[in-house]
Design a protein around this ligand. Structure first.
Ligand code: F6P
Length: 340
């Protein structure tokens, strides 16, 4: 392959720049030319495609966001959009594409591969909800941001003996909530993967204050419901504490990537180039047990769920590579974190 392109698509994530940088530098070292595509698939269709050099990616490894910009572009799900994109790739002599993004972006990469343009996916999303990888690029940074915010919320929460619901992102996945609740020593965590009863949360809040605690932190994954709705339902279920809601929002998507995100992004970016160099497309690069792996780009979503409950209430680990359940169990014993 003589010329490849790289794009970022969907919600941005810290570490995307580090991944782009690795793609560019590795490609150049392999004698492959590399082009950037601005604004994801929208830019591909619009022909917003330009050559990148080693210098184009200087000083980017630690910068948040994505210097190639990102966009959600549902039109690429239609054949018409795909053909328009392919026309532009042909026009620019591009033979393969690295797509950095989440699940929706992977669908576009699969379509390109089917049309004869091998595309390799890199998991770029804070949600950690991509099949075939233990960690996505951006997850570690997002969790660090959330933990930093909860630490601050706890200060004011303690001063006023308040209960806080901290709503965090993650779409339908509870990973950000679970990891940050553990790392910040929260009192309760509600994630979409587990059912819960408001009465239990109310009781835990009461018990905590009775024991002399001066605050109560509930981490709520947005996939369960909004913080406001949760607060209303908690009150309706009998909570009489001084309750506040903090929605962390898009600060979770910004900031300089952590060391872990920079390193996995760099390793994955380099691997994507090796795959395209060998003519391989239709795969996604992931990391499992700290080892880089490839898997079919469109796996089954349920394979990536943290865990589910069996018929007799037993916990079934759906993805043995995910450490979440083990972490939760450890934390339950150590910190009395309540997972519903
Ligand atoms: O997928 C990343 C993510 O930040 C989700 O956690 C969140 O639900 C969504 O994107 C927000 O999307 P937008 O930036 O389009 O509002």
């Amino acid at each position: 392959m003589k010329r490849i392109a790289v794009l970022t698509s969907g919600g941005d994530a810290p570490g995307m720049n580090a991944a782009i940088r690795a793609v560019v530098r590795k490609a150049i070292s392999e004698g492959i030319e590399v082009y950037g595509i601005n604004h994801g698939y929208a830019g591909m269709v619009a022909g917003d495609i330009f050559p990148l050099t080693a210098g184009s990616v200087s000083d980017l490894v630690g910068r948040g966001g994505t210097f190639l910009y990102s966009a959600r572009f549902p039109e690429f799900a239609q054949l018409e959009g795909q053909l328009a994109g392919i026309e532009q790739l042909k026009k620019h002599g591009i033979e393969g594409v690295v797509v950095i993004g989440g699940d929706g972006s992977y669908h576009g990469a699969m379509r390109l591969t089917e049309h004869g343009f091998p595309a390799v996916g890199l998991p770029g999303t804070i949600d950690n909800d991509i099949v075939g990888t233990d960690y996505t690029i951006g997850f570690d940074t997002a969790v660090s941001t959330v933990v930093d915010a909860i630490d601050k919320i706890r200060d004011t929460s303690s001063s006023h003996h308040r209960t806080f619901i901290v709503e965090v992102m993650g779409r339908n996945a509870g990973d950000i909530a679970l990891w940050s609740a553990i790392a910040a020593g929260a009192d309760d965590v509600c994630i979409p993967e587990r059912e819960f009863k408001f009465e239990n949360v109310v009781n835990n809040i009461k018990k905590g204050y009775e024991k002399g605690k001066n605050h109560h932190i509930i981490v709520l994954a947005e996939g369960v419901m909004s913080g406001q709705e949760f607060a209303m339902k908690l009150k309706a279920a009998g909570d009489d504490s001084d309750l506040r809601v903090a929605v962390l929002g898009h600060i979770q998507r910004g900031g300089s990537p952590t060391v872990r995100d920079r390193v996995i992004a760099s390793r994955m970016g380099a691997r994507a180039v090796e795959l395209l160099r060998d003519g391989i497309g239709g795969v996604a690069v992931g990391i499992q047990k700290e080892v880089l792996v490839e898997s079919p780009i469109l796996g089954k979503a349920e394979d990536n769920a943290l865990f589910s409950l069996g018929a007799d209430g037993e916990i079934i680990v759906n993805n043995p590579h995910k450490a979440d359940l083990e972490l939760y169990l450890l934390n339950r014993d150590m910190n009395n974190l309540n997972l519903y």
